[in-house]
Ligand binder design. Structure first.
Ligand SMILES: NCc1[nH]cc(CCC(=O)O)c1CC(=O)O
Length: 308
């Protein structure tokens, strides 16, 4: 069985697609990468929230899934909207990497905890809002582009540090630039951070779907992602909304889901926790969203949407 794997052409995307290829080949399949350029890769002079977050990194891949010119598309789970277009589904989530954000800099003495002022490059509304909330002494600088581009901007002096997902930094081999790990208890990551998702057309041959899922899906991660993505779906949020959620196993029968919303100016942060069995993962996410909305999250969201 041969699998055509569609991927964006950034180094991180290709690393992730190669990882899937390795898993498939280890199970006796053959696979090749098909590099596809997306709008999010091409338009670098506008913020993501202005381009419109829906599908900026996925549209072109999804077109090719539909025509069958690729069998699967590989994405960072974090970059996939909570509801996929008709006829497309996520068929697997890989085992999750460490989920936290990290501070990356050439200056080893930088820390978010000592009150010193410095600038952080990020384009994530969640990171900007959380920094305003927890670290009002730092200034954020809007910074788009793939990891390599951001590191170049860091070296050019456009900011003192970057705030990034550990997963991507680690996959690219930049671990030695990490100056601080942020605790997930405060800086809770975005939904899906650290996992790789495989998307396929529902029309893909069922034996292919089964074989791919068998070789790549990590069911413990999948339960966590179902809970987090149900939360995001209820908020009707994409990656441009400053929401956060993280599900973790506390024992072999229980998942704990924490998550919420933060206002763009950081003044308000809503967070709730729910625990339950993995079979009710989606319901946990739904309950979390309902609770957050009822506590003023609905007003917060309307305000966020009006401002973005
Ligand atoms: N939105 C960009 C993006 N999508 C996934 C990752 C990192 C890898 C991951 O979370 O799995 C990143 C970069 C970052 O946030 O630092």
């Amino acid at each position: 069985m041969h699998i055509r794997i569609g991927t964006r052409s950034s180094r991180l995307a290709v690393w992730q697609a190669e990882h899937i290829k390795t898993l498939l080949e280890a199970g006796g399949l053959t696979a090749e990468l098909v590099l596809i350029e997306t709008k999010g890769d091409l338009i670098l002079d506008r913020s993501l929230s202005k381009i419109g977050s829906k599908g900026v990194f996925t549209q072109e891949l999804e077109d090719q899934l539909r025509t069958g010119s690729i069998d699967i598309a590989v994405h960072s789970a974090k970059d996939l909207p909570s509801s996929l277009p008709n006829g497309l589904s996520i068929i697997a989530f890989t085992e999750r990497e460490i989920t936290n954000d990290v501070l990356v800099s050439r200056n080893k003495s930088l820390s978010l905890t000592n009150g010193r002022e410095f600038t952080i490059g990020t384009s994530s509304t969640r990171r900007v809002a959380m920094l305003k909330h927890f670290c009002p002494h730092v200034t954020t600088v809007d910074m788009r582009g793939n990891l390599q581009t951001r590191l170049r901007k860091l070296d050019e002096g456009q900011c003192d540090a970057l705030l990034l997902a550990f997963a991507g930094v680690h996959r690219m081999g930049y671990d030695d630039l990490i100056v601080e790990h942020l605790p997930v208890s405060d800086f809770t990551p975005a939904v899906g951070q650290g996992s790789i998702a495989i998307e396929a057309a529902d029309s893909l041959a069922i034996d292919k779907i089964n074989a791919i899922r068998q070789l790549t899906n990590h069911s413990l991660t999948e339960s966590c992602l179902l809970a987090e993505r149900a939360f995001l779906a209820r908020l009707e949020g994409g990656c441009s909304i400053p929401s956060f959620a993280l599900a973790q196993w506390t024992d072999e029968k229980t998942i704990e889901l924490t998550g919420g919303l933060v206002s763009l100016d950081g003044s308000q942060l809503l967070r709730e926790n729910f625990t339950g069995a993995p079979e009710e993962a989606s319901s946990l996410g739904h309950q979390l969203a309902e609770r957050i909305l009822a506590q003023g999250g609905d007003v917060l969201l309307a305000d966020i949407r009006a401002k973005l």
